[in-house]
Design a protein around this ligand. Structure first.
Ligand code: ATP
Ligand code: MG
Ligand code: FE
Length: 368
C-alpha cells in the first residue's frame, strides 16, 4: 500500500510517499518540504492567512516532486493522508482539501492523521527504529508531553506543560536576544560560545513530584536578566532592540544558560518518567529533539542507566510530510483503519484545529 502524506498544519508544507506493504516499517519513497520561515520572519511569527495561501501555492508542485523522486505516477497512490489537526484551521483545510481532491480523482481513501502522532512515530523512519513499549518525550513548538506508548494508537499521557512549550521557551528567549523567528536553532548555535552556568535561570517544577512542565516563568527570568545587563551596559538601554547593548559574550552566556535550564528540566523529567513506568526505552520527537545539547545530555544519562534512546533523523524532527504518511502507514499495518467499503465517505474535508492526542480514537477517519 503506497500512501501519500500531506502536512500543512503550520508554516511547513510537506509531502511524502511511503510504501507500507507487508509488516516491515513503512519505507520512504520520496519526500519534499517547503518551509515558510523566511516569509513569516518579517512579522516575527507565523501569520495564519499568509500560511494558508502559501500552502496552496506549494502543495501540488511538492507532490509532483515527490512522485518524480519515487519514479511513480499519481495513479500508484493507494491512499492519501493529511494532517487533520491540531494546527491552524486555514492551513489544515488546505491539506485536507487537496487530499480529498486527490482522493476523489483517484477513487482512493483519505486518511486524517493526528499531527502529534506523526511526530511521535517519526523515529520509526530512522536507521535505528524503536520497538514498543517506550516512553516518548514530545518536545515541539506547541507541545511538551511525556507519554507511555504501548503500540500504534496506544498512548497514555504521563505529564505535559501547564503553560508554554519547550520550543516556545526557546523561541521567546531567542526573540528577547534579538535572534529572529523561529529562534530555537539560532539560540542553540549562539549557546555554543556561551557559559551555561553564567546565569542561574529557574528550573520550574523540577521537584514537583509529577511529570508536568512549566516554562512561562523562564521567559520572564530571561527578560529580567537581559534588561539588567542592558541597563548596566556602558551605552545604556535606549536602542532599537532591548538586547542591543549586550556584548556578544553576554548574549552567548544568556543563550547557553537558558538552553541549560530547558535541557536540564527535560532530561530530569524524562528520567523520572522512565523510572515511574519501569520502561527502558525512550523516544524523543518534535523540533526541540534536534537540539544538540538535549541529545548529548539524554544520551549520557540514558547510557548510565542502560536505557536506549531513539531520535528522528535530524531533518524529520520539525514538521514534514514523511511523518504523516508514516503514521497513516503504521495505522494501516496495525489494522487500525476500517476496511474501505466506500472511499467517497472519507472525503470529509474536516479538520480539528484543537485535538488532544488523548481523544485520538483507535480507529481513524477512513469510512468511519
Ligand atoms: P506542534 O508540533 O506542537 O504543533 P510545531 O509543529 O511548530 O508545533 P515543530 O515543527 O515540531 O513544532 O518544532 C518547531 C520548534 O522546534 C520551534 O519552537 C523551534 O525553535 C524548535 N527547534 C528546532 N530546532 C531546534 C534546536 N536545534 N534547538 C532548540 N529548538 C529547536
Ligand atoms: Mg514549523
Ligand atoms: Fe509539529
Amino acid at each position: 500500500m503506497r500512501i501519500l502524506g500531506i502536512e500543512s498544519s503550520c508554516d511547513e508544507t510537506g509531502v511524502a510517499l511511503v510504501d507500507a506493504s507487508g509488516s516491515g516499517v513503512p519505507r520512504l519513497l520520496g519526500h519534499a518540504l517547503h518551509s515558510q520561515i523566511e516569509m513569516h520572519q518579517a512579522y516575527g511569527g507565523v501569520v495564519p492567512e499568509l500560511a494558508s495561501r502559501d500552502h496552496i501555492r506549494r502543495v501540488l508542485p511538492l507532490t509532483d516532486a515527490v512522485l518524480e523522486q519515487a519514479g511513480l505516477p499519481l495513479s500508484a497512490v493507494d491512499a492519501v493522508a493529511h494532517t487533520r489537526g491540531p494546527g491552524l484551521a486555514g492551513a489544515l483545510l488546505v491539506g485536507s482539501g487537496v487530499a480529498c481532491a486527490l482522493g476523489m480523482a483517484l477513487g482512493k481513501p483519505v486518511i486524517g492523521v493526528h499531527h502529534l502522532e506523526g511526530h511521535l512515530l517519526s523515529p520509526f523512519l530512522s536507521a535505528d527504529p524503536p520497538a514498543f513499549p517506550f516512553v516518548a518525550l514530545l518536545v515541539s513548538g506547541g507541545h511538551t508531553q511525556l507519554m507511555r506508548v504501548d503500540g500504534v494508537g496506544r498512548y497514555e499521557l504521563l505529564g505535559e506543560t501547564i503553560d508554554d512549550a519547550a520550543g516556545e521557551a526557546f523561541d521567546k528567549s531567542a526573540k528577547l536576544l534579538g535572534l529572529g523567528y523561529p529562534g530555537g536553532p539560532a539560540l542553540s548555535r549562539l549557546a555554543q560560545s556561551g557559559d551555561g552556568k553564567a546565569y542561574a535561570f529557574p528550573r520550574p517544577l523540577l521537584h514537583s513530584g509529577d511529570l508536568d512542565f512549566s516554562f512561562a516563568g523562564l521567559k520572564t527570568a530571561v527578560l529580567t536578566q537581559v534588561k539588567r545587563l542592558a541597563h548596566a551596559a556602558p551605552e545604556g538601554p535606549a536602542t532599537a532592540h532591548l538586547a542591543d547593548p549586550l556584548s556578544a559574550q553576554q548574549k552567548a552566556d544568556v543563550a547557553a544558560s537558558v538552553q541549560a535550564a530547558i535541557v536540564d528540566v527535560l532530561v530530569k523529567k524524562a528520567l523520572a518518567a522512565l523510572q515511574a513506568t519501569g520502561l527502558r526505552r525512550l523516544v524523543v520527537a518534535g523540533g526541540v529533539g534536534a537540539n544538540a545539547l538535549l541529545r548529548q545530555e539524554l544520551n549520557a544519562a540514558c547510557q548510565r542507566r542502560g536505557v536506549r534512546v531513539h531520535y528522528p533523523e535530524l531533518h524529520l524532527c520539525t514538521d514534514n510530510g514523511a511523518m504523516i504518511a508514516l503514521a497513516a502507514g503504521l495505522r494501516a499495518q496495525a489494522g487500525l483503519l476500517p476496511p474501505v467499503v466506500d472511499a467517497a465517505s472519507s472525503y470529509r474535508f474536516d479538520v480539528r484545529p484543537r485535538w488532544p492526542l488523548a481523544e485520538l480514537a483507535a480507529l481513524s477517519t477512513v469510512g468511519a
